[in-house]
Design a protein around this ligand. Structure first.
Ligand code: FES
Ligand SMILES: [Fe+2]
Length: 350
């Protein structure tokens, strides 16, 4: 039995472990019936299609000669490869090889697509590259409560690793600098007292959030003092709940879906409580797009492009307390999360 201390964490481990988690690959609205898209997840190109009977995700490489199936098209209930016209159904079975008059059963069986579990929830399409029925998406009741206004933002590509995005999302000391033109200057650059609790599936941070001094009239309420609760469901699903003095609330989520070791696509959404007394939800979404773009620029400015998995300069070896405490909590919890799952793989038990 090998202990955590004996298991080495290398830069490859995060993707090995995370292939068993659900990751967003598209907003539902981007994939109407009959549409086919390509997406790179964990360095693997996948094809995602909406058949009349449902969704399908598979490796974006035809079993015949490797042509990109995402360049093909849907013919009813079949996805047709653009090169020699092989066809596949929604479960990835090869249903037709046109160059064979009567395809033998064994040939068809060998031609099965490598396909992945797929589901649709929260206005997004999610893929799990290694099937694990025990892994579920976190529940966020507000996102499915018809009394709330739920809006899904445009997925935003970052030329930065997903852990850079998570650190940015958790970070409360960059507002006055990186967002000085949108969120405004912090009345005080110090971090409020944070209450951090660890959970089996991640961690939570609660803090009173101070008012920001806005340079203009942009959605003023969003900068007013509020209670902030950040809940990270490992590995990369993080919500922020803002509760204002009048009881109004907003819940945001960011899920930076890893494309490669140094690129991610941030999927995100916003839920606004019923009767929110402030900017209309659509304006809040537009405002969040601007703020996210400022974050993207900061993340893309960092070197190296991904936070090293082990402590080091430029990663999480040089920390200030309490400013980086939450980022540090993420890095430590993420390492523990990886080690726990590696131990299961190595030892065959928890
Ligand atoms: S490469 Fe797809 S049918 Fe030949
Ligand atoms: Fe930010």
């Amino acid at each position: 039995m090998r202990s955590h201390a004996e298991i080495e964490l290398t830069e490859e481990v995060p993707f090995q472990v995370m292939k068993g988690t659900w990751q967003p690959v598209a907003n539902s609205a981007e994939l109407p019936p009959g549409k086919i898209i390509s997406y790179r997840l964990f360095d693997i190109d996948i094809v995602v299609a909406r058949f009349p009977s449902g969704l399908m995700a598979a490796e974006d490489s035809c079993p015949h000669k490797g042509a990109r199936l995402s360049r093909g098209h849907l013919c009813g209930e079949e996805l047709q490869c653009p090169y020699h016209g092989w066809r596949f159904n929604v479960t990835g079975e090869c249903t037709n090889i046109p160059s064979l008059i009567d395809p033998p059963k064994d040939k068809l069986r060998l031609s099965h697509l490598r396909h992945f579990p797929i589901q649709e929830r929260y206005g997004m399409i999610w893929v799990q590259m290694e099937p694990d029925p025990s892994v579920r998406l976190p529940d966020v009741p507000e996102f499915e409560d018809p009394a709330w206004t739920y809006l899904v933002g445009p997925p935003t590509s970052f030329k930065a690793g997903f852990r850079r995005e998570i650190e940015n999302y958790l970070d409360m000391t960059h507002f006055a600098f990186a967002h000085s033109t949108t969120l405004g200057q912090a009345a005080s650059p110090t971090v409020p007292d944070m209450d951090i609790s660890l959970h089996a599936d991640g961690f939570q941070m609660d803090a009173p959030f101070p008012a920001l001094e806005s340079p203009h009239e942009q959605p003023g309420k969003l900068m007013s003092a509020h209670h902030r609760r950040q809940r990270c469901f490992l590995p990369n699903f993080t919500t922020i709940r803002q509760t204002f003095a009048d009881g109004d609330e907003r819940v945001l989520v960011h899920i930076p879906s890893p494309n490669t070791g140094t690129d991610c696509t941030c999927f995100w959404a916003l839920a606004v409580s019923p009767g929110f007394n402030g900017p209309p939800p659509q304006d809040q979404l537009q405002f969040a797009i601007k703020v996210l773009d400022e974050d993207r620029i900061m993340c893309e400015n960092q070197m190296p492009r991904e936070v090293p998995i082990n402590p080091s300069r430029g990663g999480w070896g040089v920390l200030v307390t309490p400013g980086d405490t939450l980022a540090n909590t993420f890095q430590k919890s993420f390492r523990r999360y990886l080690l726990d799952r590696l131990a299961v793989k190595v030892n065959g038990t928890g």
